[in-house]
Design a protein around this ligand. Sequence first.
Ligand code: PMP
Length: 397
Amino acid sequence: MQFASRLDKVETSAIRELFKLLGKPGIISFAGGFPDSAMFDVEGLRAASQAALDNNPGAALQYGATEGFDPLRAELATFMQSKGVGGVAAQDLIVTTGSQQALDLLGKTMVNPGDKVIVEGPTFLATIQCFRLYGAEVISAPIDADGVRVDRLEQLIVEHRPRFVYLIPTFGNPSGALLSLERRRRVLELAARHEVLVIEDDPYGDLYFGATPPPSLLALSADVPGSRAWLAYCGSLSKVLSPGLRIGWLVAPEALLARATMCKQFSDAHTSTFAQATAAHYLQAGRMPATLAQVREVYAARAQAMGEALRRELGDAIEFTQPQGGLFFWARLTGAGGRVADAGEFARRAIEQGVAFVPGAPFFATEPDTASLRLSFATADEPKIAEGVARLGRALG
Ligand code: PMP
């Protein structure tokens, strides 16, 4: 059978291949990108889904508008307002089937084969694949602990004239990096000055451990003249409430939002009305602040435990910045004392010791860093983290 040639540009991810090994009994996994299912607010979601069926079962179970279920759009606008985003009303956003779909719609709406797009190096693997599927040439802008290097980003924008720049400014996947306030302003200035669309992907912004992070690009765009017209924002309830609900949303300039909505119509018609009604009741019931406080507390303790264990067990063989939020440690093997410096080799040895993580190379669209790796602290409790990192120490030799 012959398949579409667009598939030649993508492959199933190296990470999925690794996941096949995770079935091994007793393995401790730092490999996933999942939130901890033990933290789902089952009671709250049970009440919300019950309310969706009690209040207006016809609407919750019927086909719905492509743009989304209006009560949820209104709740999401209010949710964003509570995070400092002004001037975004219900009609300025559409509900998507996870933020993954918002990214797909942006690719579908914006990219012609051969177009260039700029992403961070490293970035979310599924986005690289998604943009490539539409024929994009994906270019990496380097990052440091303060997020994307804006000086380099500007050079790349001028050199390549990309269709858009895709960033995860707050606790990136996989980098965990937090884009500084000053750089956020400069990114918005670049968008306005060079008239280039910036996509802000923000599934982790609510998962901060200490001080509140700088405002989202979307919130800040109100202060940077002309930038809102060049900004698309993807939000998600996946990491804070439940990924299984598949509720994400997209805020974008009107003309772009209209076209993305048209593409969504041909893709899935609309996001599950039942899931949307459930999410709307959940937000309306006012449970989100307590849920957020709970997940922040649990993940903060796990991140702390993992940082301490890594320093204790791996010492100078590894370097990393302690994440201030999100779900991930991004680290590099130093090769100190002649120890293993290739993360792929280290991952194989780690599996033998009963612990898994993801090598970092696949997260780079270009110029992979083979010494890098991603460790998630989300799904293991503190004793498991201590044991898992001790196994990493043994794997290192
Ligand atoms: N963006 C980033 C950076 C992610 O890490 C993820 C999930 N791993 C997504 C988008 C997609 O999340 P969802 O579709 O569940 O909203």
